[in-house]
Ligand binder design. Structure first.
Ligand code: KG4
Ligand code: ZN
Length: 340
Protein backbone atom coordinates (compact mmCIF):
# COMPACT_ATOMS: atom_id res chain seq x y z
CA UNK A 1 0.00 0.00 0.00
CA UNK A 2 1.63 3.21 -1.20
CA UNK A 3 0.65 6.65 0.03
CA UNK A 4 1.50 9.24 -2.64
CA UNK A 5 1.66 13.03 -2.40
CA UNK A 6 1.55 15.55 -5.26
CA UNK A 7 2.21 19.24 -4.50
CA UNK A 8 4.22 20.59 -7.45
CA UNK A 9 1.88 23.46 -8.33
CA UNK A 10 -1.59 24.45 -7.15
CA UNK A 11 -3.17 21.08 -6.38
CA UNK A 12 -2.65 19.32 -3.06
CA UNK A 13 -3.30 15.67 -3.70
CA UNK A 14 -2.91 12.43 -1.74
CA UNK A 15 -3.61 8.98 -3.17
CA UNK A 16 -3.47 5.40 -1.96
CA UNK A 17 -2.37 2.79 -4.46
CA UNK A 18 -2.26 -0.95 -3.94
CA UNK A 19 -1.40 -3.52 -6.58
CA UNK A 20 -2.24 -1.20 -9.47
CA UNK A 21 -5.53 -0.10 -7.93
CA UNK A 22 -6.19 3.48 -6.93
CA UNK A 23 -8.04 3.14 -3.60
CA UNK A 24 -8.23 6.88 -2.99
CA UNK A 25 -7.27 9.98 -4.94
CA UNK A 26 -8.09 13.17 -3.07
CA UNK A 27 -7.37 16.50 -4.75
CA UNK A 28 -7.70 19.90 -3.13
CA UNK A 29 -7.50 22.52 -5.86
CA UNK A 30 -6.39 26.08 -5.15
CA UNK A 31 -7.81 27.54 -8.37
CA UNK A 32 -10.18 29.91 -6.55
CA UNK A 33 -7.43 31.23 -4.31
CA UNK A 34 -5.21 32.20 -7.26
CA UNK A 35 -8.03 33.48 -9.52
CA UNK A 36 -7.86 36.88 -7.83
CA UNK A 37 -4.24 37.25 -9.03
CA UNK A 38 -4.76 35.84 -12.55
CA UNK A 39 -2.10 33.13 -12.02
CA UNK A 40 -0.53 30.84 -9.43
CA UNK A 41 1.23 32.79 -6.63
CA UNK A 42 4.00 30.44 -5.40
CA UNK A 43 4.08 31.72 -1.80
CA UNK A 44 0.32 31.33 -1.42
CA UNK A 45 0.43 27.90 -3.06
CA UNK A 46 3.01 26.70 -0.52
CA UNK A 47 1.05 27.95 2.48
CA UNK A 48 -2.06 26.30 1.12
CA UNK A 49 -0.24 22.98 0.65
CA UNK A 50 0.95 23.13 4.26
CA UNK A 51 -2.57 23.88 5.43
CA UNK A 52 -4.19 21.13 3.34
CA UNK A 53 -1.72 18.25 3.27
CA UNK A 54 -2.70 16.55 6.53
CA UNK A 55 -6.50 16.99 6.11
CA UNK A 56 -6.30 15.69 2.53
CA UNK A 57 -4.13 12.73 3.63
CA UNK A 58 -6.51 11.98 6.49
CA UNK A 59 -9.53 12.09 4.15
CA UNK A 60 -7.78 9.72 1.71
CA UNK A 61 -6.88 7.27 4.51
CA UNK A 62 -10.36 7.36 6.02
CA UNK A 63 -12.17 6.93 2.70
CA UNK A 64 -10.05 3.87 1.89
CA UNK A 65 -10.19 2.54 5.47
CA UNK A 66 -6.40 2.40 5.64
CA UNK A 67 -4.35 2.82 8.84
CA UNK A 68 -0.80 4.31 8.73
CA UNK A 69 0.69 0.95 9.81
CA UNK A 70 -0.69 -0.61 6.60
CA UNK A 71 1.44 1.64 4.40
CA UNK A 72 4.41 -0.13 2.87
CA UNK A 73 5.99 2.87 1.10
CA UNK A 74 5.59 6.62 0.70
CA UNK A 75 5.95 8.51 -2.60
CA UNK A 76 5.99 12.19 -3.46
CA UNK A 77 6.68 14.44 -6.42
CA UNK A 78 10.33 15.41 -6.29
CA UNK A 79 10.25 17.73 -9.31
CA UNK A 80 9.83 19.62 -11.52
CA UNK A 81 7.58 22.29 -10.03
CA UNK A 82 7.43 25.35 -7.78
CA UNK A 83 10.41 24.99 -5.39
CA UNK A 84 8.67 25.69 -2.08
CA UNK A 85 5.50 23.83 -3.09
CA UNK A 86 7.58 20.73 -3.86
CA UNK A 87 9.36 21.05 -0.52
CA UNK A 88 6.05 21.13 1.36
CA UNK A 89 4.94 17.79 -0.10
CA UNK A 90 8.29 16.05 -0.31
CA UNK A 91 9.47 16.84 3.21
CA UNK A 92 6.08 15.76 4.58
CA UNK A 93 6.49 12.48 2.71
CA UNK A 94 10.07 12.08 4.00
CA UNK A 95 8.92 12.70 7.58
CA UNK A 96 6.14 10.15 7.27
CA UNK A 97 8.46 7.58 5.68
CA UNK A 98 11.02 8.09 8.44
CA UNK A 99 8.45 7.90 11.24
CA UNK A 100 6.96 4.67 9.84
CA UNK A 101 10.37 3.32 8.79
CA UNK A 102 9.20 2.83 5.20
CA UNK A 103 10.97 3.45 1.85
CA UNK A 104 10.51 6.83 0.17
CA UNK A 105 10.10 7.22 -3.59
CA UNK A 106 10.79 10.64 -5.15
CA UNK A 107 8.84 10.79 -8.38
CA UNK A 108 9.35 12.81 -11.56
CA UNK A 109 6.12 14.72 -12.20
CA UNK A 110 6.24 14.39 -16.00
CA UNK A 111 7.13 10.73 -15.89
CA UNK A 112 4.07 10.24 -13.67
CA UNK A 113 1.89 12.06 -16.24
CA UNK A 114 2.88 9.32 -18.71
CA UNK A 115 1.03 6.84 -16.46
CA UNK A 116 -2.30 8.65 -16.05
CA UNK A 117 -3.77 7.59 -19.45
CA UNK A 118 -3.17 3.98 -18.34
CA UNK A 119 -5.20 4.24 -15.17
CA UNK A 120 -8.57 3.03 -16.35
CA UNK A 121 -11.97 2.70 -14.82
CA UNK A 122 -14.19 4.61 -12.47
CA UNK A 123 -12.44 6.79 -9.93
CA UNK A 124 -11.88 4.74 -6.77
CA UNK A 125 -11.85 1.46 -8.66
CA UNK A 126 -9.39 2.69 -11.23
CA UNK A 127 -6.66 0.27 -12.11
CA UNK A 128 -3.31 0.54 -13.87
CA UNK A 129 -3.14 -1.41 -17.12
CA UNK A 130 0.21 -2.31 -18.58
CA UNK A 131 1.12 -0.18 -21.52
CA UNK A 132 2.34 -0.76 -25.03
CA UNK A 133 4.96 1.38 -26.83
CA UNK A 134 3.47 4.77 -27.61
CA UNK A 135 3.92 8.49 -28.14
CA UNK A 136 2.66 10.64 -25.29
CA UNK A 137 1.58 14.26 -25.28
CA UNK A 138 1.89 16.02 -21.91
CA UNK A 139 0.14 19.38 -22.15
CA UNK A 140 -0.61 21.69 -19.24
CA UNK A 141 -0.11 25.24 -18.03
CA UNK A 142 3.54 24.55 -17.26
CA UNK A 143 4.64 22.01 -19.85
CA UNK A 144 4.23 20.83 -23.43
CA UNK A 145 6.13 17.63 -24.08
CA UNK A 146 6.11 14.94 -26.72
CA UNK A 147 7.62 11.72 -25.40
CA UNK A 148 8.47 8.40 -27.02
CA UNK A 149 7.63 5.70 -24.49
CA UNK A 150 9.31 2.44 -25.48
CA UNK A 151 8.19 0.59 -22.39
CA UNK A 152 7.81 1.06 -18.67
CA UNK A 153 10.50 3.29 -17.17
CA UNK A 154 11.96 3.57 -20.67
CA UNK A 155 11.25 6.78 -22.52
CA UNK A 156 12.89 9.60 -24.49
CA UNK A 157 11.72 13.17 -24.86
CA UNK A 158 11.14 13.95 -28.54
CA UNK A 159 10.43 17.64 -28.12
CA UNK A 160 8.97 20.37 -25.99
CA UNK A 161 7.96 23.98 -26.19
CA UNK A 162 10.60 26.57 -26.97
CA UNK A 163 8.63 29.29 -25.14
CA UNK A 164 5.06 29.21 -23.77
CA UNK A 165 3.32 25.96 -22.82
CA UNK A 166 0.06 25.11 -24.62
CA UNK A 167 -2.03 25.81 -21.49
CA UNK A 168 -0.18 29.08 -21.01
CA UNK A 169 -1.21 30.07 -24.54
CA UNK A 170 -4.87 29.26 -23.74
CA UNK A 171 -4.58 31.30 -20.53
CA UNK A 172 -2.81 34.29 -22.11
CA UNK A 173 -5.24 34.52 -25.02
CA UNK A 174 -8.12 34.34 -22.50
CA UNK A 175 -6.53 37.18 -20.57
CA UNK A 176 -6.34 39.28 -23.76
CA UNK A 177 -10.07 38.61 -24.15
CA UNK A 178 -10.61 39.50 -20.48
CA UNK A 179 -12.10 36.09 -19.74
CA UNK A 180 -12.00 34.76 -16.17
CA UNK A 181 -9.05 32.71 -14.80
CA UNK A 182 -8.14 29.97 -15.52
CA UNK A 183 -8.80 30.79 -19.13
CA UNK A 184 -8.42 27.36 -20.76
CA UNK A 185 -11.77 25.86 -19.71
CA UNK A 186 -13.66 29.12 -20.46
CA UNK A 187 -12.07 29.46 -23.88
CA UNK A 188 -12.91 25.79 -24.54
CA UNK A 189 -16.59 26.40 -23.69
CA UNK A 190 -16.84 29.53 -25.87
CA UNK A 191 -14.98 27.79 -28.72
CA UNK A 192 -17.68 25.11 -28.71
CA UNK A 193 -20.18 27.79 -29.75
CA UNK A 194 -17.97 29.43 -32.39
CA UNK A 195 -16.74 28.80 -35.94
CA UNK A 196 -13.14 27.53 -36.01
CA UNK A 197 -12.72 28.69 -39.62
CA UNK A 198 -13.85 32.28 -38.96
CA UNK A 199 -10.30 33.63 -38.57
CA UNK A 200 -6.96 32.17 -39.59
CA UNK A 201 -4.17 32.10 -37.02
CA UNK A 202 -0.65 30.71 -37.52
CA UNK A 203 0.09 27.05 -36.77
CA UNK A 204 3.59 27.56 -35.28
CA UNK A 205 6.19 24.92 -36.22
CA UNK A 206 3.50 22.64 -37.65
CA UNK A 207 5.61 21.62 -40.63
CA UNK A 208 9.05 21.89 -39.01
CA UNK A 209 10.97 18.61 -39.21
CA UNK A 210 11.58 18.35 -35.42
CA UNK A 211 9.17 17.69 -32.56
CA UNK A 212 9.36 21.01 -30.75
CA UNK A 213 6.54 23.50 -30.26
CA UNK A 214 6.26 27.28 -29.93
CA UNK A 215 3.15 29.12 -28.81
CA UNK A 216 4.22 32.65 -27.90
CA UNK A 217 3.92 33.88 -31.53
CA UNK A 218 0.33 32.69 -31.70
CA UNK A 219 -0.54 34.67 -28.58
CA UNK A 220 1.16 37.76 -30.11
CA UNK A 221 -0.78 37.40 -33.37
CA UNK A 222 -4.03 37.33 -31.36
CA UNK A 223 -2.91 40.53 -29.62
CA UNK A 224 -2.22 42.27 -32.96
CA UNK A 225 -5.52 40.98 -34.32
CA UNK A 226 -7.41 42.48 -31.37
CA UNK A 227 -5.56 45.78 -31.79
CA UNK A 228 -6.62 45.87 -35.46
CA UNK A 229 -10.25 45.04 -34.60
CA UNK A 230 -10.97 47.07 -31.46
CA UNK A 231 -14.76 46.56 -31.61
CA UNK A 232 -14.46 42.78 -31.61
CA UNK A 233 -14.26 42.43 -27.83
CA UNK A 234 -17.84 43.77 -27.57
CA UNK A 235 -19.29 41.29 -30.05
CA UNK A 236 -20.19 37.98 -28.33
CA UNK A 237 -20.32 35.98 -31.57
CA UNK A 238 -16.99 37.35 -32.77
CA UNK A 239 -15.42 36.38 -29.40
CA UNK A 240 -16.74 32.85 -29.76
CA UNK A 241 -15.41 32.64 -33.32
CA UNK A 242 -12.05 33.96 -32.18
CA UNK A 243 -11.87 31.39 -29.35
CA UNK A 244 -12.77 28.60 -31.79
CA UNK A 245 -10.18 29.79 -34.32
CA UNK A 246 -7.36 30.08 -31.77
CA UNK A 247 -8.24 26.71 -30.23
CA UNK A 248 -8.22 25.13 -33.70
CA UNK A 249 -4.67 26.42 -34.27
CA UNK A 250 -3.34 25.08 -30.94
CA UNK A 251 -5.15 21.78 -31.32
CA UNK A 252 -3.99 21.21 -34.90
CA UNK A 253 -0.32 21.68 -33.99
CA UNK A 254 -0.51 19.41 -30.93
CA UNK A 255 -2.50 16.60 -32.52
CA UNK A 256 -0.78 16.63 -35.91
CA UNK A 257 2.68 16.43 -34.34
CA UNK A 258 1.71 13.67 -31.89
CA UNK A 259 0.23 11.53 -34.66
CA UNK A 260 3.13 12.24 -37.02
CA UNK A 261 5.61 11.21 -34.33
CA UNK A 262 3.76 7.94 -33.74
CA UNK A 263 3.81 7.13 -37.45
CA UNK A 264 7.46 8.14 -37.76
CA UNK A 265 8.47 5.88 -34.84
CA UNK A 266 6.25 3.02 -35.93
CA UNK A 267 4.28 2.80 -32.67
CA UNK A 268 0.57 1.98 -32.72
CA UNK A 269 -0.63 4.14 -29.88
CA UNK A 270 -0.90 7.79 -28.80
CA UNK A 271 -1.70 9.00 -25.28
CA UNK A 272 -2.37 12.42 -23.77
CA UNK A 273 -2.51 13.88 -20.27
CA UNK A 274 -2.13 17.23 -18.48
CA UNK A 275 -4.78 19.93 -17.92
CA UNK A 276 -5.08 20.85 -21.62
CA UNK A 277 -6.15 17.25 -22.35
CA UNK A 278 -9.50 18.29 -20.81
CA UNK A 279 -9.98 20.43 -23.92
CA UNK A 280 -12.88 19.06 -25.94
CA UNK A 281 -11.42 20.25 -29.23
CA UNK A 282 -8.10 18.49 -28.55
CA UNK A 283 -9.81 15.26 -27.48
CA UNK A 284 -12.00 15.25 -30.61
CA UNK A 285 -9.16 16.09 -32.99
CA UNK A 286 -6.83 13.46 -31.53
CA UNK A 287 -9.64 10.93 -31.88
CA UNK A 288 -10.26 11.92 -35.49
CA UNK A 289 -6.59 11.79 -36.49
CA UNK A 290 -5.80 8.55 -34.64
CA UNK A 291 -8.80 6.84 -36.19
CA UNK A 292 -7.74 8.02 -39.64
CA UNK A 293 -4.24 6.58 -39.21
CA UNK A 294 -5.28 3.39 -37.40
CA UNK A 295 -3.67 4.39 -34.10
CA UNK A 296 -5.06 3.50 -30.67
CA UNK A 297 -5.71 6.55 -28.54
CA UNK A 298 -5.63 6.62 -24.73
CA UNK A 299 -6.75 9.92 -23.26
CA UNK A 300 -6.37 10.35 -19.51
CA UNK A 301 -9.70 10.36 -17.69
CA UNK A 302 -10.72 14.00 -17.08
CA UNK A 303 -10.22 13.48 -13.33
CA UNK A 304 -6.62 12.38 -13.98
CA UNK A 305 -5.67 14.93 -16.68
CA UNK A 306 -4.86 17.62 -14.13
CA UNK A 307 -2.31 17.10 -11.37
CA UNK A 308 -3.11 14.22 -9.04
CA UNK A 309 -1.34 11.86 -6.66
CA UNK A 310 -2.82 8.69 -8.23
CA UNK A 311 -0.31 8.88 -11.09
CA UNK A 312 2.52 9.48 -8.57
CA UNK A 313 1.51 6.40 -6.56
CA UNK A 314 1.08 4.19 -9.62
CA UNK A 315 4.54 5.09 -10.95
CA UNK A 316 6.10 4.59 -7.49
CA UNK A 317 4.59 1.12 -7.32
CA UNK A 318 5.82 0.24 -10.81
CA UNK A 319 9.31 1.39 -9.77
CA UNK A 320 9.13 -0.65 -6.59
CA UNK A 321 8.03 -3.73 -8.56
CA UNK A 322 10.86 -3.18 -11.06
CA UNK A 323 13.37 -3.12 -8.20
CA UNK A 324 14.30 0.56 -8.52
CA UNK A 325 16.03 1.69 -5.32
CA UNK A 326 14.07 4.13 -3.13
CA UNK A 327 15.39 7.63 -2.38
CA UNK A 328 17.42 8.64 0.59
CA UNK A 329 15.27 10.57 3.12
CA UNK A 330 17.56 13.55 2.57
CA UNK A 331 17.26 13.57 -1.23
CA UNK A 332 16.81 17.15 -2.47
CA UNK A 333 13.77 18.25 -4.45
CA UNK A 334 14.48 19.16 -8.08
CA UNK A 335 12.38 22.15 -9.24
CA UNK A 336 13.88 22.17 -12.76
CA UNK A 337 14.22 18.42 -13.28
CA UNK A 338 14.18 17.61 -17.01
CA UNK A 339 12.64 14.35 -18.22
CA UNK A 340 15.49 12.37 -19.76
O1 KG4 B 1 -2.23 20.11 -15.42
P1 KG4 B 1 -2.74 21.41 -14.90
O2 KG4 B 1 -3.90 21.41 -13.94
O3 KG4 B 1 -1.61 22.22 -14.15
C1 KG4 B 1 -0.36 22.49 -14.61
O4 KG4 B 1 -0.22 23.49 -15.37
O5 KG4 B 1 0.57 21.73 -14.24
O6 KG4 B 1 -3.10 22.28 -16.18
C2 KG4 B 1 -3.66 23.57 -16.08
C3 KG4 B 1 -3.69 24.16 -17.47
C4 KG4 B 1 -4.13 25.61 -17.48
O7 KG4 B 1 -3.31 26.32 -18.38
C5 KG4 B 1 -5.57 25.53 -17.97
O8 KG4 B 1 -6.01 26.70 -18.61
C6 KG4 B 1 -5.47 24.36 -18.93
O9 KG4 B 1 -4.62 23.44 -18.29
N1 KG4 B 1 -6.78 23.76 -19.18
C7 KG4 B 1 -7.39 23.80 -20.37
C8 KG4 B 1 -8.65 23.19 -20.20
N2 KG4 B 1 -8.74 22.78 -18.89
C9 KG4 B 1 -7.58 23.14 -18.29
N3 KG4 B 1 -6.98 24.30 -21.54
C10 KG4 B 1 -7.83 24.19 -22.58
N4 KG4 B 1 -9.05 23.62 -22.48
C11 KG4 B 1 -9.50 23.11 -21.33
N5 KG4 B 1 -10.70 22.56 -21.24
ZN1 ZN C 1 1.26 18.37 -14.31
Amino acid sequence: MILAIESSCDETSVALVHDGRVLANRVSSQIRLHAEYGGVVPELATREHLRNLIPVARAAMESAGVRPEALSAIAATRGPGLPAALLAGFTSAAGLAYALDRPLYGIHHHEAHLYSPWIWGEPLSAQFQEFEPHVSLIVSGGHTLLVHVRGELDHAVLGGTLDDAAGECFDKVSKLLQLPYPGGPVLDRLAGEGDPTAYVFPRPMLTDPGWDFSFSGLKTSVRYFLEKHPGLADDPLAIRNLCASVQAAIVEVLSAKAVRAAKHLGVGCVTASGGVTCNRGLRAELERRCKRWGLRLRLADRTLCTDNAAMIGVLAERKQKAGVAPDDYSAPTQPGWGLG
